[in-house]
Design a protein around this ligand. Structure first.
Ligand SMILES: [Zn+2]
Length: 372
C-alpha cells in the first residue's frame, strides 16, 4: 500500500528537538513527567509517561500542545507501512496548535502566544527552503508524527523557524487544522491549480477534512463548486457549506453529471485526493486545457492513463504534497477573517483511536480534533 506521501525520502530518527525516553522517564525539577501518545506497533497506541523537554535552547520555542488535527496521514502511519523509515515507539500527531510556554535566547515569540507548527523538519538552508518552498526541502529530516516524534504530547520544543504565530480570537481546535489540512488546500488550489474567481471546480469527497476546506475556499472567491459525497446526509452538509451541485457517487457516475451540469464543457479545475477510483473520471470531467491537482490516493495508488486524451485535451496535472510556511500564514489570516474549518468531532487524547476509526470508515464530515 502506498501512502499519500508516496516515496518521500527521509532520515530515520527522533525529531522535534526532543528525544523521547519511554522506558526511563527523566524527572525534571519543574515537576512531573508529561503525557505522550505513542505508536508501539501497527495499530497499537499507548499513552506513555515521558520526561518533559528541557528549557528551550537558543532559537527554540517551547509549546504546550492544545489540539491536534487528524489527517489521512495519521491513518497511514497507524496502519503501518513496511518501507517507511521510522523507529517505534513514535509519538503520533502530525498537525497541532498550542501556546508558547517558554522561549530560548534570540526568539521573537513570547509566552502566551498562540501558535501552530510546521510539522516537517526542513533544513531552512537549501535552495527550496530559502525560496519559501519548504515542502521541496532537499534535506528534510522527516514528518513529525509519521517518520519522527510528533505532537500528541503535552509539551514540545521546536525550532523557531517552524513555528507560526496564530491570530488572536481563533479557537485552538480551528487553528489545529491550519498546518496540514488548510495549508495543503491553499497550496493545491492557489499555488498549483491557480484557481481564479468565477471558475468551476469539482471537489471530491465533500465530507473529508480537505474536501470541506476546498469547498469553503473556492466559494470564498466566487467559484462554482460541484462536489461528490457517498450518502444523502453528507449531501445536505455539502449544500450548507455552499456547494452549488452535489453528486452522490454511489448512485450516479459523477463524470456524467459534471458534463451535464457544465453543458458538456467540463470544469476548469478538479480537486483530487481519492485516487484510483476517481482519477479517470476526474480527467473526463475537465474541460480542454483544464487543471487537475491531487494530494492523495485514499482509494488506491495506481491507475492507467490515456496519453492520447492527456495531450489532445491539453490537461495539466499537478501533484501536490504539503504546503509552504507562507501557505500556513495565509490560511491563518483566512481563519481570522471567518473562514473556519468544518469540525466533525472533538475527542480527548485517550480517544485518539476512535478519531482515527471515524476517518478510516469515512463516517466524517469535516475534521476530527484531539483536545489536550
Ligand atoms: Zn531545506
Amino acid at each position: 500500500m502506498t501512502p499519500d506521501c508516496g516515496t518521500y525520502d527521509v532520515l530515520a530518527g527522533n525529531g522535534g528537538g526532543a528525544a523521547v525516553a519511554i522506558k526511563h522517564p527523566r524527572h525534571l525539577e519543574t515537576g512531573a513527567d508529561m503525557r505522550a501518545l505513542t505508536l508501539v506497533a501497527d495499530r497499537k497506541l499507548e499513552l506513555a509517561d515521558i520526561a518533559a523537554p528541557a528549557a528551550p535552547g537558543a532559537g527554540e520555542v517551547q509549546v504546550r500542545i492544545k489540539a491536534v488535527g487528524l489527517n489521512h496521514l495519521d491513518l497511514w502511519g497507524y496502519r503501518g507501512m513496511a518501507f517507511v523509515k521510522r523507529k517505534l515507539p513514535l509519538v503520533v500527531g502530525a498537525e497541532a496548535a498550542g501556546e508558547v510556554t517558554a522561549v530560548g535566547a534570540g526568539v521573537s515569540f513570547a509566552p502566551g502566544d498562540a501558535v501552530v507548527m510546521y510539522g516537517a523538519l526542513t533544513c531552512g538552508a537549501c535552495n527550496a527552503c530559502r525560496g519559501g518552498r519548504d515542502n521541496l526541502c532537499e534535506n528534510v529530516g522527516g514528518i513529525m508524527g509519521f517518520h519522527v516524534d510528533g505532537f500528541a504530547r503535552d509539551v514540545v520544543n521546536m525550532p523557531e523557524r517552524l513555528v507560526v504565530k496564530a491570530p488572536a480570537g481563533v479557537a485552538m481546535r480551528d487553528l489545529a487544522c491550519a498546518p496540514i489540512a488548510f495549508a495543503t488546500v491553499e497550496h493545491m488550489l492557489f499555488d498549483n491549480a491557480k484557481l481564479k474567481p468565477g471558475e468551476t471546480i469539482l471537489v471530491h469527497a465533500a465530507g473529508s477534512g480537505i474536501g470541506s476546506a476546498a469547498i469553503k475556499m473556492a466559494k470564498a472567491i466566487g467559484c462554482t463548486v460541484i462536489t461528490t459525497v457517498g450518502d444523502d446526509a453528507k449531501a445536505e452538509h455539502a449544500r450548507a457549506l455552499g456547494a452549488d451541485h452535489v453528486v452522490n457517487y454511489r448512485t450516479d457516475r459523477f463524470e456524467h453529471v459534471v458534463r451535464k451540469i457544465t453543458a458538456k464543457k467540463g470544469v476548469d479545475v478538479v480537486f483530487e485526493h481519492t485516487g484510483a477510483e476517481t482519477f479517470n473520471g476526474s480527467l473526463l470531467s475537465l474541460k480542454r486545457g483544464g487543471r487537475l491537482v491531487t494530494c492523495g490516493a485514499t482509494s488506491g495508488p495506481s491507475t492507467t492513463l490515456n496519453l492520447m486524451q492527456l495531450f489532445q485535451q491539453q490537461y495539466k496535472i499537478f501533484g501536490s504534497f504539503g504546503a509552504s510556511i507562507e501557505n500556513i500564514r495565509t490560511v491563518l489570516a483566512k481563519m481570522a477573517g471567518g473562514l473556519l474549518p468544518v469540525i466533525d468531532t472533538e475527542v480527548a487524547l485517550a480517544d485518539f483511536e476512535r478519531g482515527l476509526a471515524r476517518l478510516e470508515t469515512r463516517q466524517v464530515f469535516g475534521k476530527v480534533i484531539v483536545n489536550f
